[in-house]
Design a protein around this ligand. Structure first.
Ligand SMILES: Cc1ncc(C[n+]2csc(CCOP(=O)(O)OP(=O)(O)O)c2C)c(N)n1
Ligand SMILES: [Mg+2]
Length: 335
């Protein structure tokens, strides 16, 4: 075997295959959602495409049975690893009653699922950061062993909530990890119009925490720095800021057309950095995957995506009167 980096990190062949399967599942679900959107069947898609390696590599370094996560809208890879199923993600895309995130109330990408400790998020970007820091404060006060993980885009790191949350986490040495998925665009605004410093991670020093920038197309690199950050948080040493350099392989959302502000060459160059074929190539080099097992995995994922699509499409919508639920106290109900 050549250059077997995963074993050096303490990951087995099964671990890396599982990582790859989750990345592939996120990609194929996302691609299906675009087709459904263009066919007029679902209202909106906001993609994880190009960011799956950062998401799955990071999630793998956490304890999915204990830790709390506050993901942002592109984090399909993170929530899949934490136990949200493809069927549940499709129910959300179709805005059906059985959608575990909000029963079809919120837009897709607004993840939230109590049983998997996924904090519910709202549309104003970065509001999830103070939430995750608050839950980390609870862990510290209650002397619990869990840590919290929050993600956001680099554009969102310019919101005031980022400063307030990161500063509070740093001052109180809270067990939290802040991961910025830097895809170099905030809708149509390029990175050079977003940041005056070179890296988002340069800001960490101001909050008294370590900051690192890693290649977000490589799940093993992300796993490595995230594992260090998780160990730090769990041992009481405080928060960390991790910046993953990613590529947004789609337009900002299904309502955007990035050809209006990006060149063909630029888009083509980013395709070359697609994390899915890159990780498949690594797995083949190390003898973990071959043509046959790759095909079997593709078939398995496709079957699950097909079943999830059919189930969600046929599932009922919420009743109109359900729109009033959780807004007003119900007569005779819990207050
Ligand atoms: C407070 C707030 N301002 C503006 C928006 C509109 N908005 C939604 S996503 C987005 C871009 C965010 O860019 P970035 O943080 O880089 O994340 P990316 O979409 O690139 O992953 C904006 C401006 C919003 N949702 N909330
Ligand atoms: Mg961005």
């Amino acid at each position: 075997m050549t250059n077997n980096r995963h074993e050096e990190l303490g990951l087995s062949n099964d671990d890396v295959l599982h990582m790859y399967e989750t990345m592939l599942m996120a990609r194929r679900l996302d691609e299906r959602m675009w087709l459904l959107n263009r066919a007029g069947k679902i209202p909106f898609v906001i993609s994880c495409q190009g960011q799956e390696a950062a998401q799955v590599g990071a999630a793998y370094a956490l304890d999915k049975d204990k830790d709390y996560i506050a993901p942002y809208y592109r984090d399909m890879g993170v929530v899949l690893h934490f136990g949200m199923t493809p069927k549940e993600l499709m129910l959300s895309a179709f805005a059906k009653a059985e959608d575990p995130n909000s029963g079809g109330r919120q837009m897709p990408g607004h993840f939230g699922q109590k049983k998997n400790r996924i904090l519910t998020g709202s549309s104003p970007v970065t509001t999830q950061l103070p939430h995750a820091v608050g839950v980390a404060l609870a862990a510290k006060i209650k002397k619990k062993d869990f840590i919290t993980f929050v993600t956001l885009g680099e554009g969102s790191s310019n919101q005031g909530d980022f400063h307030e949350g990161a500063n509070f986490a740093g001052v109180h040495k809270l067990p939290t990890i802040i991961m910025v998925e830097n895809n170099k665009y905030a809708i149509s605004v390029p990175i050079e119009k977003q940041l005056a410093c070179e890296h988002v991670s340069d800001r960490a020093i101001g909050y008294g925490m370590p900051g690192v920038t890693v290649d977000g197309t490589d799940p093993l690199e992300v796993y490595k720095v995230m594992k260090e950050a998780a160990d730090r948080a769990r041992s009481g040493e405080g928060p960390s800021l991790v910046e993953t350099i990613c590529y947004r392989l789609t337009a900002h959302s299904s309502d955007d057309d990035h050809r209006a502000y990006r060149s063909d060459e630029d888009l083509k160059a980013e395709r070359e950095k697609d994390p899915i074929p890159r990780f498949a190539a690594y797995l083949k080099e190390t003898g973990v995957l071959d043509e046959e097992s790759e095909k079997a995995l593709e078939d398995k994922v496709k079957k699950i995506v097909n079943e999830a699509t059919d189930y969600a499409e046929a599932a009922p919508y919420a009743k109109p009167e359900d729109a009033l639920k959780y807004v007003y106290a119900e007569k005779g109900g819990d207050e």
